[in-house]
Design a protein around this ligand. Structure first.
Ligand code: MRU
Length: 297
């Protein structure tokens, strides 16, 4: 796998030959993004001698993104794990393509979109979720420019989204996370589109820390706020956002002492979400109903 910790400075590849190495790559965020860690875990399961033990190890690496546990469960139930991992990979690619097209329909020519964290190919192993929507909108001439949040503390926006957009030839400008409000107040943002790590049955969305304040700002300024995610990110067994486990990472990631507090995700209440763009359609309020429809297949 491409070591995302080294980007954009260096394209370094890691070879994993054991479940333990895959678990460590996920924990240390060499691979990251909800769908991508699900796929990494699935390929990790294919390396396991003891599947139950491997499943427990992989599930324990990062708690918030439901795609991880979901992919592990799919592999536990499969006859041939490698074949299942490849199937999951193909399904992810297809879901990304479809939701990107559906999301792009919500854009209008000239739109300036703001995004947070990284949700492109690096984060999904496919075309991207929110990042895929931006790509498709660009291809359909419905996007003028992307505002890219730095995404502190690990800078997924500044390091990874900027790297992807540059390679895709999509115009973007990097901004400090704290600049979003000022930009919206000046009328420089036409829509916000972000990914998700877990969507509860009521439509509450867990995503990278800093997403919730964007949703509040978007509501204040009348800017549509979209979440793009595959159906596998929806967790119908988790009733609401307060039940979503929020990963707390090493305080040293903040560049400070051990007393710093470093929650990696926050929860955006469903009422602030204009639409949830999935491969099964764009879900809208009331989310209990629209989510129940897609979750039941
Ligand atoms: O901690 P990370 O970098 O794994 O967090 C990633 C995000 O929050 C993404 O927005 C989310 O996983 C969706 S990726 C398509």
């Amino acid at each position: 796998m491409l070591d995302q910790r080294a980007l954009p400075g260096e394209e370094r590849w890691i070879r994993c030959e054991s479940v333990g190495q895959v678990a460590e790559a996920i924990r240390s965020m060499a691979v990251r993004g909800a769908p991508a860690i699900g796929l990494a875990a699935a390929y990790g399961m294919a390396l396991a001698d003891d599947r139950e033990q491997a499943a427990a190890l992989l599930r324990g690496t990062r708690p918030t993104a439901v795609n991880l546990a979901w992919a592990v469960d799919r592999c536990l139930a499969a006859g041939n794990v490698l074949r299942e991992a490849r199937r999951l990979h193909r399904e992810q690619e297809a879901a990304d393509r479809r939701l990107a097209e559906l999301g792009a329909e919500r854009f209008e020519p000239g739109d300036r979109a703001l995004t947070h964290c990284n949700t492109g190919p690096l984060a999904t192993g496919g075309y991207g979720t929110a990042g895929g929507v931006l790509r498709a909108a660009w291809q359909h001439d419905r996007l003028a420019q992307v505002w890219v949040d730095e995404t502190r503390p690990l800078l997924q926006g500044a390091r990874l989204t900027a790297w992807e957009l540059e390679r895709a030839g999509i115009p973007f400008r990097l901004i400090a996370d704290s600049a979003a409000g000022a930009l919206m107040a000046r009328g420089l943002v036409d829509r916000v589109v972000v990914g998700a790590d877990r969507i509860a049955a009521n439509g509450d969305v867990a995503n990278k820390i800093g997403t919730y304040p964007l949703a509040v700002l978007a509501a204040r300024h009348g800017v549509p706020f979209y979440v793009a995610a595959p159906v596998s990110t929806i967790d119908p067994d988790t009733q609401s956002g307060e039940r979503i486990p929020i990963e707390e990472r090493d305080p040293r990631e903040l560049g400070s002492g051990p007393d710093a507090f470093n929650p990696a995700f926050d929860v955006t209440p469903a009422e602030l979400v204009t639409g949830i763009i999935t491969e099964a359609g764009v879900l809208e309020l009331p989310y209990e109903e629209s989510i129940a429809r897609v979750a039941s297949g």
